[in-house]
Design a protein around this ligand. Structure first.
Ligand code: ADP
Ligand code: MG
Length: 488
């Protein structure tokens, strides 16, 4: 165990490499299906397998998706690019090389703003985002006696997002990843599912004494399938390196694997054993030029990001930061709320309905927003009925809302009529009830008149109960006060 005192002598330095699988219909260089979970080795044409003479062709959608991510990160989009072959042998890489962008990444620089801890804000600077193809997958049997190879993933389009070594805590790294996952999901370019491997992260970790001029040697930690594990792996690696240095040893540049079950890591290969990839330009693909017209078209069709929804919810709808964050956390939810606010003008009520009854309903039934059986229109109608004083919030949420879920074709007005929920604001009928209540409790009336004004609530409760919750509370309250003044 490293003590906090020793730990505080060191500055942690982290740079992340994030791979995101692009959710295009077909692969990056051929028409093979890019769907996840198909039977092994079914989406593998001669091009995916890299048979001699097979000619790859670039998927335009994959390029568009990479550009979208670059625009979202304020990167510079490169006008001219080409692809490179990165040569290495691996059983699940049938071609013997991976096609990537080494010299001319599609997006250069950029930043991702992250907020973490108590109001800490930082801008994680990106080095680049480049396009490349994924390799196949090796599946090892539990007893390590066999390895199976599934090449469906070979040729899946990836973007690799590379940060500068500017991250200084595990928490900042975790928040950056959460933000990146949100971005790819709002852009609809990747499902962001780390468990299934569609979003993967390698963490480069080093430590140095505060004020040191040079970075320490970095270790690359691979294979983490959740943000939580990335955070844990960084903390573990930090302490491992500090422990080594404090004991008079030295950190060696190497690649390590973190095992979340044991909380330990082990070395895979050191820098000396690292491959020389012998990059060279891919001769079968023509260089890529991104025209201004195309770039403009992509810019014009950029979906809104979570951060933009948050700003809109605050500035246009007057919500507070924390509510805006909750509502803009998921794309479909943000979109649904935004649509609702185009119909109703009571934004505060809209926010409360979405964060309250609507969310609980989705959670209870295990539905996603798009599977909702109640429409934004219907919710807007409910809000209007409550605002008009025709029914109370509790009647609306406990009776009308559940009814509408099962009657998607009815308007809230029709449904409330059906259920006979409308509040009674008829003065005569409410007065009749009040008279009955007061006659039944002469002692309490006397007490009230002698100054026990707190009894008003009790009387109101009785009136509401007798009206089966339908008396308009505002009207009832006024009539009740008046009656108590005049009654003897
Ligand atoms: P390599 O040539 O070893 O691949 P790069 O310079 O391409 O190294 O950087 C790869 C990743 O490692 C980047 O995300 C970068 O920010 C990060 N990185 C580089 N040096 C360090 C360091 N000393 N400590 C932590 N991360 C680092
Ligand atoms: Mg690298």
């Amino acid at each position: 165990m490293i003590s906090e005192e020793v730990r505080s002598k060191y500055q942690l330095v982290v740079g992340l490499e994030v791979h995101a699988q692009l959710q295009t219909k077909s692969k990056i260089f051929c028409g093979d299906s890019n769907s996840f979970g198909d039977p092994p080795n079914t989406n593998i044409s001669a091009i995916s397998l890299g048979h001699p003479g097979a000619m790859p062709k670039l998927n335009k959608k994959a390029v568009e998706y990479a550009i979208k991510m670059g625009l979202a990160c304020q990167s510079k989009i490169s006008e001219f690019q080409f692809f490179d072959r990165k040569n290495y042998f691996y059983p699940d890489l049938p071609k013997g090389y991976q096609v990537t962008q080494d010299k001319t990444p599609i997006c250069v620089g950029g930043t991702v703003p992250v907020k973490f801890g108590e109001e800490q804000v930082s801008e994680v600077i990106l080095n680049r985002i480049h396009l490349e193809e994924d390799a196949g997958k090796s599946i090892h049997t539990e007893d390590h006696s066999d390895t199976f190879i599934d090449l469906n993933r070979a040729g899946t389009p990836l973007i690799e997002i590379v940060t500068e070594p500017v991250i200084h805590s595990a928490e900042e790294a975790g928040t950056f990843l959460t933000e990146v996952r949100k971005m790819v999901r709002f852009l609809e370019i990747c499902d962001g599912n780390m468990e299934e491997g569609s979003l993967r992260c390698d963490a480069n970790v080093s430590v140095m004494l505060h004020g040191a001029k040079e970075f320490g040697k970095k270790v690359e930690v691979k294979n983490m399938n959740s943000i939580k594990n990335v955070v844990k792996a960084i903390l573990h690696e930090r302490d491992r390196q500090i422990g080594l240095i404090e004991a008079g040893g030295e950190v060696i540049s190497e690649t390590r694997t973190y095992d979340p079950d044991t909380g330990d890591s082990f070395g895979m290969r050191t820098k000396e054993e690292l491959n020389d990839y012998r990059y060279f330009p891919e001769p079968d693909l023509s260089p890529l030029r991104i025209t201004n017209e195309w770039l403009q078209e992509i810019k014009d069709n950029m979906p809104m990001l979570s951060s933009e929804y948050i700003r809109k919810f605050k500035d246009t709808y007057g919500l507070k930061e924390s509510d805006a964050q909750v509502l803009a956390d998921q794309r479909d939810m943000a979109h649904f709320f935004d649509e609702l606010c185009k119909i109703t003008k009571n934004y505060k009520a809209a926010a409360n309905w979405i964060m309250g009854p609507f969310k609980s309903y989705l959670n209870e039934k295990g539905l996603s927003v798009v599977e909702s059986e109640i429409s934004a229109n219907q919710i807007a109608q409910i809000i209007e009925l409550v605002d008009e004083g025709k029914l109370s919030f509790s009647t609306a949420s406990q009776q009308l809302f559940p009814y509408l879920i099962n009657h998607p074709l009815e308007t809230a007005q029709e449904a409330a009529q059906h259920l006979n929920l409308f509040q009674d604001s008829n003065v005569d009928s409410i007065q009749t009830i009040i008279n009955e209540v007061l006659i039944n409790q002469p002692d309490k009336v006397k007490a009230y008149k002698k100054g026990k004004k707190g009894l008003l609530g009790m009387f109101m409760g009785e009136v509401m109960k007798k009206s089966k919750g339908k008396a308009d509370p505002k009207v009832a309250n006024k009539l009740l006060r008046d009656s108590l003044e005049t009654v003897n």
